[in-house]
Ligand binder design. Sequence first.
Ligand code: ADP
Ligand code: MG
Length: 270
Amino acid sequence: MLELSGVTKTFHAGTPNAMCALAELSLRVAEGSWVVAIGGNGSGKSTLQNAIAGTVAVDAGRIVLAGQEITRWPEQRRAALIGRVFQDPYRGTAPGMTVAENLALAARRGERRGLGWALGWRVRRELRERVARLGVGLEDRLDEEIGTLSGGERQALTLLMATWRRPQLLLLDEHTAALDPRRADQVIRLTREVVTRERLTTLMVTHSMAQAAVLGDRLIMLHRGRVLYDVGGAEKARLRPEDLLERFEAIRREEQLDASVAEMLRGQYV
Ligand SMILES: Nc1ncnc2c1ncn2[C@@H]1O[C@H](COP(=O)(O)OP(=O)(O)O)[C@@H](O)[C@H]1O
Ligand SMILES: [Mg+2]
């Protein structure tokens, strides 16, 4: 289980550029639940994931994962519990290393042993089997450099690496946004397979209303660093992409209203 309470993060605090990216955000994700998060640009989706993973240190609040308070743990330590896939296919893998070497790194995540043992025949056989299961033909390219892979192949591989050892939490941040529709579908199919098979507790950010409507068992919408909308169960199952677009539209109208009220108020004082 993942639990955030009162998590707050302001960038450039105390300057004119202060930006409150997370505003006392609280969220409880049940073991094995797949939460899909949507929200406009800058609503705090990536900061939420960065706060959980320890890439960003929070100003206040508590983060508990699998029964341990991890709020002050360094990112490295949290990485033993958390798997991540980012939008950028280049972020998840080590350049200049082969497919097999990258996988070996993922396989020993959280261990102190060196790389030497990792490519023995027994490990290679396991790598081959698990890569073959992806169904994208990478099993015959284990010794190729990561640089030769397409974006979609890299994301498939990154997903495999992030879940190689069953993580307590899988964080996906728009991990198909940089792919063409066919590749995106393929990576979504793989995501579904692994999340379902391993019953992974998952927090997935997406820009795609179609994905948000169809995937996961719960949907949250972030707005200005808060959870504005939270729906699960049968109501989530009924959601259509149009419903989500409508909600976005309603928020946008409200913002414009806010802006015009602010304008009026300013007007009174000049
Ligand atoms: N490292 C950072 N330094 C300064 N500002 C940041 C940083 N990361 C995010 N922000 C700001 O925080 C807000 C939320 O950003 P982010 O979480 O990336 O939004 P989203 O992923 O929903 O588009 C934005 O205004 C963004 O500019
Ligand atoms: Mg983002």
